[in-house]
Design a binder for this molecule. Structure first.
Ligand code: BEZ
Length: 212
């Protein structure tokens, strides 16, 4: 059955540009982003890996380890990385899995045969420190991902893991958030949201971001 939110992220061991990776050990106590690329030496993927490498300090700040995957062997990745560094004004600073046998791509359902028989689509998995899958997004090969959006979702996941809130449409870090509808006891609301809250509708209550 296809992976779903809340499932344990399947563990694996696979070759990478930084040696063999045992996925759960690699993640340790960090959050993780696992994202697939259709193939090496492709233009959109080149820009994506460059962008991700430039944003690594932002992922580090959030305690997130990145791991890319492409269904080509290590020596191909190594040659490709030279192009990425040369053209994207960066130094690749996280591993790319060499999934030539498609072990990981199959495990995570990254090959969608109606889109392409052999290459992966652009999958993104965000994984929490307890190894649960918290987000899955699938993009077609023709659309490069927005890594600011991936960081935004991580901010939301990390905030909502610690507070009884959810984040509204187009929220970014620092904006008002929504109080979880299940919270109704006025005393509990006062304790949990000392900065106060606005009742727009009984089910739509806005409060300043609690960790700011
Ligand atoms: C690319 O990364 O540029 C790409 C890969 C596969 C199909 C289309 C574009």
């Amino acid at each position: 059955m296809a992976l779903q939110l809340g499932d344990k992220a399947p563990d694996f061991t696979q070759e990478s540009t930084q040696g063999e990776i045992a996925f759960h050990d690699y993640l340790g106590d960090s959050w993780g982003v696992l994202f697939s690329h259709p193939a090496d030496f492709t233009p959109v993927c080149t820009t994506e890996l460059g962008m991700a490498a430039r944003l690594k300090p932002e992922f580090d700040k959030r305690n997130v380890k990145m791991l890319a995957i492409s269904v080509d062997p290590v020596d191909s990745h190594t040659e490709w990385i030279k192009d990425i560094n040369e053209t994207q004004n960066t130094e690749m600073n996280f591993p790319i899995l060499a999934d030539a046998d498609k072990k990981v791509s199959d495990l995570y359902g990254m090959i969608h045969p109606q889109a392409n028989d052999t290459q992966t689509v652009r999958s993104v998995f965000i994984i929490s420190p307890d190894k649960a899958i918290k987000l899955m997004i699938t993009y077609p090969a023709s659309t490069g991902r927005n890594f600011d959006e991936i960081l935004r979702v991580i901010d939301s996941l990390q905030l909502t893991a610690g507070y009884s809130v959810a984040t509204p449409a187009n929220w970014t870090d620092g904006d008002e958030v929504v109080i979880a509808p299940a919270l109704q006891d006025p005393q509990v609301l006062e304790e949990k949201f000392p900065k106060g809250y606005k009742v727009v509708k009984p089910y739509l209550r806005m409060t300043p971001q609690p960790d700011k």
